[in-house]
Design a protein around this ligand. Structure first.
Ligand code: SF4
Length: 365
């Protein structure tokens, strides 16, 4: 019997410009590469259906910037597979270049959730992040999504920027909340290896400040929770019913299939990555020549358990206590310190504890 996969991720590797902090597989928009990508995706979908039973339930289009494609190419992308049958279909977008036409196009195809890469509002923050949009573009994109009837709207934000103390970050959060999103994601800026940001760090032009980030993280939890956004993962906050179910499925260890260049899949105890280069990816699926996947591995039960603990500690659902036998004294210590709670047979980190999720995970694994 073919394995059933209900969680699908589609990686669309194109952006209108490249941001200095980004390490996702992506490239600048170019017509021929986009055509290659679409042909590769169609071939991958057809071939993958032979291997797995694909029943889209939670679909996530990320990137890159899926909405950077022209309306004509987006039409093709949205029709590659029956994505619209999913209960949740999320698409990432950037405020620049996202208006009524694309919002209507997504809504008509059945997209239920839009995740907008806002990142910041202050011009200095946006410039430092290399973003090309401004406040007016953010407002316009939100309005377009709402007017088109997309059910759930998420805003992505980044904190830990230069000259951003608690007052400036709180202003950013307030500005985001004023747009009435259904959920928010707030990530600490990270100098990923090989990015321009890492080069700035190496040149001494900037450095992350962990203590300040911790203050901003706790502020985020307090501020958003007071406004009805519950933290359901370290970086993710949502009003009831607006949690990203695709992410929740992945975090809880469900199988997921990644389509597109560089996309990662985990199915039936195996994990692999598609070829990252768009041309090589497309060729591998269209012509069936050479390997289609890299970094393929069978996961050991130890790897699965370690990941389960790491991800569980980062989420609101936490970990089932019976699985933590042998660590009782340590769990009690964490509860006494105010880093964790034991509720309904589950062990959950508090906001303060989530700041140290990796440390706690190291002890429990
Ligand atoms: S728009 Fe998003 S995916 Fe594209 S370069 Fe910037 S951060 Fe990366």
């Amino acid at each position: 019997m073919k394995p059933l996969v209900e969680n699908l991720y589609v990686h669309v590797p194109f952006c209108t410009h490249l941001c200095p902090y980004c390490d996702f597989p992506k490239e600048r928009l170019a017509g021929n590469r986009m055509r290659d990508f679409l042909a590769g995706l169609q071939a991958e979908w057809a071939a993958t259906r032979e291997e797995f039973t694909l029943r889209p339930r939670h679909v996530f289009f990320g990137g890159g910037t899926p909405t950077a494609l022209s309306p004509a190419l987006m039409k093709e992308l949205l029709a590659v597979a029956p994505w619209g049958e999913a209960e949740e279909w999320s698409v990432e977008a950037n405020p620049d270049g996202f208006g009524d036409t694309k919002a209507r196009q997504l809504a008509a195809a059945g997209v239920t959730r839009l995740s907008l890469g806002v990142q910041a509002f202050r011009p200095a923050d946006l410039a430092w992040l290399g973003r090309k949009h401004d406040r007016a573009a953010i407002r316009q994109a939100v309005q377009s999504a709402r007017a088109a009837g997309i059910r759930s709207l998420n805003l992505d934000l980044i904190y830990g920027l230069p000259d951003q103390g608690p007052a400036e970050w709180q202003e950013t959060l307030a500005e985001a909340c004023a747009l009435e999103p259904d959920s928010l994601s707030a990530y600490a800026i990270t100098p990923e290896e090989g990015t321009e940001l890492a080069a700035r760090l190496a040149r001494g032009e900037w450095s992350p400040n962990e203590d300040r980030e911790a203050v901003l993280f706790l502020l985020t939890c307090r501020f958003l929770e007071a406004r009805g956004y519950q933290s359901y993962e370290v970086s993710n906050f949502a009003r009831h019913g607006h949690e990203c179910r695709h992410h929740q499925a992945v975090w809880s260890g469900k199988d997921y299939l990644g389509l597109g260049p560089g996309a990662v899949s985990t199915v039936g105890g195996r994990r692999w990555r598609n070829l990252r280069d768009t041309g090589a990816y497309a060729q591998s699926w269209r012509l069936g020549s050479g390997p289609r996947r890299e970094e393929e591995e069978a996961r050991t039960s130890e790897q699965v358990r370690t990941e389960e603990i790491l991800l569980g500690l980062r989420t609101r659902s936490g970990l089932a206590e019976p699985g933590l036998a042998g660590h009782e004294a340590w769990l009690d210590t964490l509860v006494r310190k105010g880093w964790a709670r034991r509720e309904e047979g589950r062990f959950r980190l508090t906001a303060r504890g989530r700041l140290r999720a990796d440390e706690v995970a190291a002890i429990l694994t």
